[in-house]
Design a protein around this ligand. Sequence first.
Ligand code: UN1
Length: 497
Amino acid sequence: MAATVKNLIGGEWVDARSGATMDSINPATEEIVAVVPKSGPDDVKAAVAAAKAAYHPWRLTPAPRRGEILYRVGQILTERKEALARLMTQEMGKVIAEARGDVQEAIDMAFYMGGEGRRLLGYTAPVELPNKFGMALRDSVGVVGLITPWNFPIAIPSWKSLPALVAGNTVVFKPASDTPNLGVEFARVFHDARLPPGVFNVITGPGGSVGNAIVNDPEVKVISFTGSTEIGYSLYAEAARYGKKVSLELGGKNAIIVMDDANFDLAVEAILWSAFGTTGQRCTATSRLIVQKGIAPRLTEALAARAKKLTLGYGLDASVDVGPLVNEGARKTVHSYVEIGKGEGARLLCGGKPADKDKGFFYEVTIFDQVKPDMRIAQEEIFGPVLSIIECGTLEEAIEINNNTAFGLSSSIFTENVTAAFRAIRDLSTGIVYINHGTIGAEIQFPFGGTRGTGNGMREAGQTALDTFTEWKAVYVDYSGRLQRAQIDTDAILGEE
Ligand code: UN1
């Protein structure tokens, strides 16, 4: 039976002011999973006001206490891991093992950022005048707006909210329209961890009205967004009008390079996992395979044979390899790219059409070879189970093909040659680089993000996440009891005129 859920504003569970609702659909069965508030700008206003009212007390709560609440969040997520994972498979389609991994990523982040409650490290440095002290501190920013996608419905909200909260900010969170129920369940974890009312608010609704209202509310000081490049760039321009800090995590066109000397069996496993895991709907998914000529025929044949054996189905069944696409629109987009690929002269090796099933937005796992680096299917993000195989001659050529796209999130090379591996580390110009592993599977303690059109230079996760959600404050304490002028009175110390 479909759940009916509410927004969380100022610690209260409330409907949209207008009373409007929208449905969240199971992409495997097309049944309604939940009925959620279809919020609008008024609801955003209320959430921002609640977050603003909660800000000063939260900011003045000692950071170790804030961290302890995050530990409780980690504990509750651990207790609810299986239930949240099942809900995730139902609401967005990823297979159950991957859904558990998604929740685990949030658990990891909760304990990692909980620890930041006793770190949030600043630094001291020597100063140039006597009887004077200098230090640099991280300070909170204020109300932050978090707008997240459906493909990692628990993990990505955790990457954004947990560093924001430990640093002393308060949150207005808008989950994706395809996974609003999970967004509300995520908020429930904070509520049940006894986070003070108003520190974390969730409002569900369409990006057009709710997302825009968050971006255009002057009280929201930071925007962290993960989604399409088109929307990301446009909200970046909007937010710039208010001088807001913006962190963008956008598209990818990630490649695995396979050199002739690669561990063949390992490469096959890694390519299938990175290209077709999460039905290709990860920002980090492998959508290009750049393969050296010597190994290309054998690798292509092995991949096509193995891909045909992957089982498509409802991800609650643990034997299923690949779930559905998130909605009908996504399936249409994927299919239109397959048509484009055929039109461009690439050769279709397998898949290339919606799967033959009564219900659900399933699409067959698809591989093209004879793809040229400048074809649209090798340049544009498809966000589905479509792999394009491009042949290359040398390592230099492979690296050049890898780097020559509008995106720069993740890349990978399979080689047993340490010299080639280190050259790749040096020259692959993406934010994440893997050696002998596919392009997916980043861990939360390292920076996550990419170059070029993948973002705006910010990084999520790791220590770098704190840069989005803090301002640096430089503090000088002069205990000399007299006026000491920096850059001017320093000469006197050396006895110079
Ligand atoms: C995403 O695709 O937006 O590295 C996030 C990975 C996961 C996160 C992916 N840990 O593939």
